[in-house]
Ligand binder design. Structure first.
Ligand code: FES
Length: 101
């Protein structure tokens, strides 16, 4: 059953636009875009490369290995028809960031 997991103080997630967080040994890619947080599985659908090592453009992240592009606000892989990666809900509670996993 999914539950909210605290990942750290909100102030630690302000000075960049993407981070990798690990919860229960699962690698999560966390993004800050237009003052909202988004989380997806940090593993490319192609060969599993960590997406947080790619570069962002607006709400898109490009895998640096072969260039597959994802919309991190929805998890949709724009390089494949009808394929999406896992997404996770993110919330702010008591000045901490939490991810539901
Ligand atoms: S591993 Fe990401 S595009 Fe190949």
């Amino acid at each position: 059953m999914a539950e909210w997991k605290k990942i750290g103080a909100l102030e630690n997630f302000k000075d960049d636009s993407k981070w990798e967080v690990i919860i229960n040994k699962r690698r999560i890619a966390l993004f800050l875009y237009k003052k909202k947080y988004y989380a997806i599985k940090n593993s490319c659908l192609h060969q599993g490369y960590p997406l947080t090592e790619g570069s962002c453009s607006d709400n898109m992240i490009e895998c640096p290995l072969h260039g597959w592009v994802y919309d991190f606000t929805t998890g949709k892989c724009l390089s494949l028809n009808n394929r999406s990666t896992a997404t996770f809900k993110v919330r702010v509670k008591n000045n901490n960031l939490e991810i539901k996993i």
